[in-house]
Design a protein around this ligand. Structure first.
Ligand SMILES: Nc1ncnc2c1ncn2[C@@H]1O[C@H](COP(=O)(O)OP(=O)(O)OP(=O)(O)O)[C@@H](O)[C@H]1O
Length: 707
């Protein structure tokens, strides 16, 4: 068929759709005429919404608040787009939402908004029994006879004309069976306001009864008793919205439904700093995101959601925008260092972060104060000593040798540093500081230290009422103290989420040393939702012997008790004699998956250099790839390519780890201390464990036999 023919066919379809919608509206208008107790405005809006009931929605009209004798809610609407708590307004003057207030005709109607929010909370409570997150429940004010499309905080304000297309355009959240279960439940909890009325279902067509004027307030004067007309029925808008909704995929199940344990954490009232931990894939980030949305809907302040990695905030922000668009603008997703830099700029504190010049300063310090010292007897390479300065000395904010001297415990460091070693490290540190300050530059740790000093000097200097920290095990002691300083021990102020087993950086700290008390406010999640059993078993085997101390001080065995929920999976081990054969096998595995599977596949490498190597390999083989630095959580074609560090917090259906068991840089026998070697290998295993547990369905492990 030619282009003209298909245009004709589309026009035909559009006309048929339009005819159908108008017929549905007329039928709905007949039905709502019978709802005598409804006000004129409610009936007009209900007629528009009743059209949605032909598209799988359930409309519950005029319901009593649970536990109340007199309070009612105009409508509860449950459908593929979620649950909507609706207050209908039939106002003489046009509503305006500005400066955080709802006004009309010069009067303020904030109490109406508060009332709607209150009943929305009741609906949230009710649907939690069906494991629905509060993000699936939205307050909505609909203005009869008006065209409005605005937001006031979490409340959506829509005109009679706009409401149907807006709801049709919502992304698919509930399946038909879920709509039924949730609506049935709400119907039981929110009883019919008029017990005798049958106003929740279609009624027999009957002549129109005269509309009763509403008594809700001075603005609530009804329109003149006009007959129902469909001028406020936006057929084209509904059609376009339906097409738009059909184009976008349903939102992920976890963005709506939570396990009761997760839901309890999201909704809990904490009297101070709290901690959520648990093994890989147990839904810690899911809880953190729902919690951020929950808090954002309840506090006037903003929420800061922080991770260590630079790429995660983009991805997590995309997730929140999808699952809770109404609050997405009230949550700031930031990496710790970028946030601290911004904070210093805003506060007018001078800082000059220059990684290269700081590296140069350390290089010079090593040459003059490291080489030829006792430090070389433990590890002749400077990297370990740079880590000691970054993670143990500066990361913990130590400023005097006596703080660093024995018996200071160096968490997760395996070398035994006696006093002469520590003196040598301290001399190296001081020289580094002299060189660095001589150049007038800062390193990352300095930025955090400056921000901490500023936050302590001016408490309450940020707009944040809550701070959520994800992957907290990667932060330094100073970083965690900084975030604690922003909100202190306030109720629901600080939430620390993470898993000590997934630490991919050296060093560590204890929350108690940072003055953060989470006793009685800690929860461990145990149900893994991500990994197939085979994959989790293979990953746990890597770290089975590496027990670790969590940041709250709990000693934990490497092989942990985890409940599995996920289905079958596959681990493929490929051992090749040469690197070329190994790479060929990787390409064969990717081609076998095929282009449809590539967007949910990843190739993860131990280092940035390795990642570049595989990027070139994939490009030459014609396999599209995007790096994890570019990925923002939205679906894009192509395989994801990144380092183990960048893959933290993410997941993919298919994960490939080329050359995954290549030996760590330092090995026994090259003069390096046994403790250093042990520590490197342990860190190596933690990183590999993190990379392996990114896989949901299949895991490909490549090895090269090195003769
Ligand atoms: N309630 C749920 N229902 C369905 N799936 C869930 C649920 N909670 C979590 N998941 C699934 O499990 C995956 C892992 O969750 P999440 O990333 O929050 O785990 P995590 O504990 O933060 O993992 P990690 O520590 O390994 O980064 C989610 O992406 C989601 O696919």
């Amino acid at each position: 068929m030619g282009a003209g023919g298909s245009a004709w066919k589309r026009a035909q379809e559009a006309r048929r759709y339009e005819r159908e919608l108008r017929e549905q509206l007329r039928a709905a208008q007949w039905e709502v005429r019978n709802w005598e107790a409804a006000s004129e405005g409610e009936r007009k809006v209900a007629a528009k919404l009743q059209v949605l009931t032909r598209r799988g929605w359930r409309l519950l009209l005029d319901r009593r608040w649970p536990g109340s004798r007199s309070a009612n809610v105009d409508m509860l609407l449950v459908g593929p787009g979620g649950v909507f708590v609706i207050d209908v307004k039939n106002w003489r003057h046009a509503p305006e939402a500005a400066g955080g207030h709802l006004t009309a005709g010069g009067r303020t109607y904030d109490r109406e908004v508060e009332k709607l929010l209150k009943v929305t909370r009741l609906a949230e409570n009710a649907v939690s029994a069906r494991n629905l997150s509060p993000v699936a429940v939205q307050p909505l004010m609909v203005f009869a006879g008006r065209s409005v499309n605005a937001r006031l905080g979490t409340v959506r304000l829509l005109g009679e004309r706009d409401v149907t297309p807006a709801l049709v355009a919502e992304r698919l959240r509930l399946r038909p069976s879920e709509v039924k279960a949730v609506a049935d439940h709400l119907e039981r909890v929110f009883r019919d306001y008029e017990d005798t009325s049958a106003r929740t279902g279609p009624a027999a067509p009957a002549p129109a009864a005269p509309a009763a004027p509403s008594a809700a307030g001075p603005e609530d004067a009804p329109f003149k008793d006009a007959p129902f007309d469909d001028a406020l029925f936006d057929v084209e808008g509904i059609r376009n919205a339906a097409l738009e909704a059909a184009r976008s995929a349903p939102i992920e199940q976890w963005m709506t439904f939570l396990h009761p344990d997760q839901l309890a954490l999201v909704r809990r009232n904490w009297s101070g700093p709290a901690r959520v931990s648990g093994p890989a894939g147990t839904g810690k980030t899911v809880v953190a995101l729902h919690r951020a949305a929950y808090l954002a809907a309840r506090t006037p302040g903003r929420i800061l959601y922080v991770t260590f990695a630079n790429n995660l905030p983009r991805v997590q922000s995309t997730f929140l925008r999808t699952m809770a668009p109404a609050v997405a603008d009230r949550v700031d997703f930031r990496s710790l260092h970028s946030w601290a830099g911004e904070f210093l700029r805003e506060r007018g504190v001078a800082s000059r972060l220059d990684r290269d010049k700081a590296e140069g300063a350390f290089g010079r310090a090593w040459r003059s104060h490291g080489r030829g010292t006792v430090l070389e007897t433990l590890d002749p390479a400077p990297g370990y000593w740079k880590e000691e300065i970054d993670y143990v000395i500066k990361g913990r904010g130590l400023t005097a040798f006596e703080e660093y001297a024995p018996p200071l415990r160096r968490w997760r460091r395996r070398t035994n540093l006696r006093r002469p070693h520590r003196e040598a490290v301290w001399a190296l540190y001081e020289e580094y500081e002299r060189n660095r300050t001589g150049k007038g530059v800062h390193d990352f740790n300095d930025i955090l230290a400056l921000a901490l000093a500023e936050a302590l000097a001016h408490p309450g200097a940020t707009p944040y009422t809550s701070v959520v920290v994800d992957e907290v095990q990667d932060l330094t002691f100073v970083g965690v103290r900084l975030l604690h300083a922003l909100v202190g021990d306030a109720h629901n102020g600080l939430l620390l989420v993470g898993d000590g087993q997934q630490a991919v950086y050296p060093g560590g700290f204890r929350l108690s040393d940072a003055g953060i008390d989470v006793r009685g406010r800690g929860q461990v999640l145990r149900k893994n939702y991500r990994n197939a059993k085979e994959i989790l078993d293979a990953a746990l085997a890597v770290v089975a012997d590496d027990s670790f101390d969590d940041i709250d001080g709990t000693p934990t065995a490497g092989r942990r008790d985890i409940d599995l929920t996920y289905g079958d999976g596959r681990v493929t081990r490929c051992t090749a004699a040469t690197r070329a054969e190994h790479d060929e096998a990787l390409l064969t595995a990717l081609h076998a998956l095929g282009p449809e599977a590539w967007p949910d596949s990843a190739v993860l490498c131990r280092t940035g250099a390795e990642r570049e190597r595989y990027r070139r390999l994939l490009t030459r083989a014609g396999i599209p790839a995007i790096t994890l630095e570019q990925y923002d959580g939205r679906p894009v074609p192509g395989v994801k390519l990144g380092s183990y560090h960048r893959a933290k917090g993410l997941e993919f259906k298919h994960v490939h780890l080329p050359d995954h068991d290549a030996p760590a840089a330092a090995g026994a026998g090259d003069g390096t201390d046994e403790g250093v070697v042990r520590e490197r290998r342990e860190l190596h295993r933690s990183q590999l464990f993190v990379a392996m547990t990114r896989a949901r369905d299949t895991l490909w492990l490549g090895s090269v036999t090195r003769g």
